[in-house]
Design a protein. Structure first.
Length: 79
């Protein structure tokens, strides 16, 4: 299986769980509210995991005391 970004995964899931309709050149996505909220939570968790993992992998090459979890919280927590 190919690696996917969170954005690619989310688009795939939205198209699978929702119904796309086009009207006058505008695409509408109709999706159950609970499915949408579940996907939103999962995508945020996946994005955080990717950021933390990337930070931990890159940190091996630099001298910075924070781990990926600390970096994520300092950089993204209040946004």
């Amino acid at each position: 299986m190919e690696k996917q970004t969170v954005v690619e995964w989310l688009i795939e899931e939205l198209e699978e769980k929702g119904e796309l309709r086009e009207t006058f050149g505008i695409i509408h996505l109709i999706i159950d509210t609970s499915d949408y909220l579940d996907l939103k939570i999962k995508a945020k968790e996946m994005e955080k995991e990717q950021i933390v993992n990337s930070w931990d992998l890159s940190r091996r090459d630099i001298d910075y005391p924070a781990n990926g979890e600390q970096y994520y919280n300092e950089t993204y927590k209040n946004k």
